[in-house]
Ligand binder design. Sequence first.
Ligand code: ADP
Length: 730
Amino acid sequence: MSRRRGGPGRRAVAVSALVALVGCVVSLGVGALLRRAEQTGGARQMDRHTAAAAAAVQAETRRYVDTLRTAAAAVGAQQELTATEYATLTAPLHQLRLAGATSIVLVVPATDGEVSRVQRTWRDRGATDLTLTPRGTGQHAFSVLAASLNGGAGQTGLDLMQAAAPAAALAESRRSGQVAVSDTYQLLVDRDLAPERRQNSFVLTAPIYQGVGQSFLGWLLLGIHGQDFMGGTLRAAGTELADLRLEADEPGGRVVTVAAIHGTTGHRPDLQRAATIPVADSLWTLRLSAARRDLPGGRTALPAAVAGGGVCLTALLTVLVWVLATGRERAQARVESATAELVAEQTEAGRQARMVQAVLDSISDGVAVVGPDGRFLMDNPAARAILGRAEAPAGEPETWQQHFGLYLPDGVTPFPAEELPLVRALAGESADFVEMMVCNATYPDGRVISVSARPIDTARGRRGAVAVFHDITERKRVETELRGFAGVVAHDLKAPLTLVSAYAELATEALDELAGSVAGDALDRARRGTAKVLHGAGRMQRLINELLDYTAARDATLRLERVSLRALVDDVVITRTDAPEHEPHSRPDVFVGPLPDVHADPVLLRQVIDNLIGNAIKYTPPGQAARIDVTARTGEDGGVRVRIADRGIGIPDGEHAAVFDSFHRASNGTAHPGTGLGLAICRRIVERHGGHIDASPNPGGGTIFSFTLPGAAGAGSEQVTRVRKTMTAD
Ligand code: ADP
């Protein structure tokens, strides 16, 4: 079995592991592919940004160069340029919105000897306050006319040869006849600004040729702040996501930053690009760096989410596969364990059944079980032996009487089917110790049996019944013999006892007469002796009478008739209360309520009433008048409940049931004369009438005896009464 379990278990592990592996590989692979696609997309985005920025810068610088070249041509076309004309010529440049352009300046060359002449000439031409300030000796290049493009004051009179960068650009443009760009430097006009406001700047210079002979007049010089130039140009190109740096190569291999602009996101850049831009006669480098995640589609959470989600789904799938793969195995294990339990239970049930059968087979009591339909489901050998039939009846309960030969204890009346204990148990009623006679082929002389039956639940909650049979033939025979013996003894003892009493009375009378003439101890002892003999004989007579009553209560044939309970009670009360032993002050006070007629044996019923009223009077403290209430109530079933309540000494707790046993005397009543048989007789008589008697404490002191009798209306129920008698007789 374990080997069989090991196979599917390993398969489940292998399949689940495969699912987990494939799921993880696919999820992570897809995540990686997405990441790769994002990286490629980010690089493309970066390339696009770089191209756009480079194109913008290049287009702008070309526009500046063209503008400067055009302006230089326009200036060169003037015969004799004046300050006013210069202002007019440069005015349109304001509309061109040249970002970063500070001023456009007319620069003329002069040697040391020409300085004052040049100054005078341009003062004459309108630059009235021009003062040339030569620096060093040799060649000079003075700004003589200036037009501001950023709102500042254009400064003139400066010697541009003093700064290497513009001097080189001027020389280059004069040499080449083209626009030249200077290296970066800080404009001479910015030298007075605070250091933090100064910017790396550069100038574009264009040579000016005049007249037909194209004589060299000087230069037009456009000063540009690098930072402002870049800002204006690149903002228009929409590259605010990246860091931008415009660099120029300087002589000596130095790289100088013309301008730098930082992107707005603040993320650490991880993508770099560079583009070379020709600016006039130089090559500049535009460097871009950006964070991949800032670029549209450059880096998103999608790959991680896809990979994570895939791994989660894989985990779920793996669990599902595991559950499914092991489900059959677990189901099989459950089936196996349930089967094992079932087999064990079956074995145990079989063992118990065999044990019960063995017990049933070996006991001497008969046991039989019938189903809801009255079919015999089981009976043991003792039952078959007691009933004298080997086979169970095949038919309905109505056939049982004939099948087994069941009769009432009189041996002649067939037992009524509806009163059979098993039939009553099938109806839900318990039946105890029902006596009946079995008279059939096995027992032609009849056997007396006692049957008790109880309802039981058979299969699926349906009611069946179980009965236990005892063969009490022998016990009955012994009882009858004993009863006969007791009756004979009691009866035969009466005559000699009467003689003893009579002679004891005679002896008493004789001793009384002697007492008048003779005195002495011997006579006194003899008188006490005869008194004791009389007393003992009296007690013995009462005992014998009650023993005979007891026997009669059981054996006498019931003569049931309609009896006036009222008349019977009145008669007993008169007899008992008029007794001479009652002093007038202690005469019993008896209240008799309305009493219905009953269906009873008048002689036996009188004995019951007499015993109970007699006890009520007897068990009242001496010197106290007994108080007795006799009442009755007719119940819904037509039965009559008679109540005799007294205010006497009462019965101690726990003894109210025992006082009905033969010879039982309550612990507090022994001072009163009695035999302990009176209530036993009452119970026998009441039960023979199909009733029940009990005693209970009377609230406030005393005892209540109550018993039931069939009402006069139930005169037809004689047979039932007889049956009940067989049930309850002991
Ligand atoms: P007894 O001959 O002793 O009266 P009974 O059978 O009539 O015998 O009564 C049994 C016992 O029950 C009595 O001995 C007495 O102790 C008690 N008993 C019976 N009737 C009463 C009663 N009315 N009040 C108190 N005790 C009673």
